[in-house]
Ligand binder design. Sequence first.
Ligand SMILES: Cc1cc2nc3c(=O)[nH]c(=O)nc-3n(C[C@H](O)[C@H](O)[C@H](O)COP(=O)(O)O)c2cc1C
Length: 314
Amino acid sequence: MQKTLPIHFAPLQGYTDVIYRNAHAACFGGIDAYYTPFVRLEKGTFRHRDVRGIEPGNNQVPHLIPQLIAPTAEKAEKILSLFIEKGYKEADINMGCPFPILAKRHNGSGILPYPEEVQALLSLITKYPQISFSIKMRLGWENPEECLKLAPIINELPLRQVVMHPRLGKQQYKGEVDLKAFEAFQHVCKHPLIYNGDINHIEDIHRIQEQFPGLAGMMIGRGLLANPALAWEYQQNRTLEFDEMKEKIQSMHTYVYEEYIEQLKGGDLQILNKMKAFWEYLLPNADRKLLKAIHKSTNLHKYTQAVHAFFNQR
Ligand SMILES: Cc1cc2nc3c(=O)[nH]c(=O)nc-3n(C[C@H](O)[C@H](O)[C@H](O)COP(=O)(O)O)c2cc1C
């Protein structure tokens, strides 16, 4: 019998914002830690939504870890100061983001080919011993040797954990995850290691757990957007019945919708776009026609009609 691993909800910019996270925790749960999408400096300052997203008063999940992205320790420190000011004792450093605009400037996975820059960025960790740090990374930007070269630097640091998404930055999200390269990294990584990538079903969790004994946990992103019950089902070792699932999705939807209406007062198009993002990955095997009507709705009236039809399908 395998032991049950902690499940971490991956940060997904544009999807797992504070409202989504609160709704997920209230309606589904099963998650050990939620992560904020990365906070970054834009022209030397913070984006409002990033600050709102980490504000403790807005967050109701049991365990939230804020994430930062920066190419240098100096920039990272500015963001970390905000986390500390807000009372956080943990922080995650993003070395995995593949977005070309950021990666080009050696943010996220764009820094992985440059061990000296990685070392300089991560010097932040020893400067703030009161903060428990983790890093979230990929195998490399260009080739999977990069993470092996970085291992000695990473191993030296007092990290709580390393999350590895076994793809290359240049792949974005295309192609298969490289489990051989993950195994090679697991051999050299001395920190608790968390696997992340393409976990969509409970069987995937068991398969990875079996293939890589000794993992400290799993991080799941799009699989949880598609099936918000996935972590709970794994923890409880039972899948939700259709009606239970529908009821929970419906209450999560109501939660998210009402919060966006409250937050984005009157900005109907903005609310509509946020709600379409909510449905983007959700329940990919549901009735196509009903989902299409939601995705195609052009105003909130049509949207609520389409959602009503979805939840009242027989
Ligand atoms: C739309 C989108 C936004 C993402 N935003 C972030 C982010 O803000 N921080 C981060 O570390 N990873 C981010 N990721 C990567 C995910 O956290 C995760 O590593 C990746 O999706 C692979 O896991 P999955 O297959 O379980 O989704 C993002 C991925 C997607 C698709």
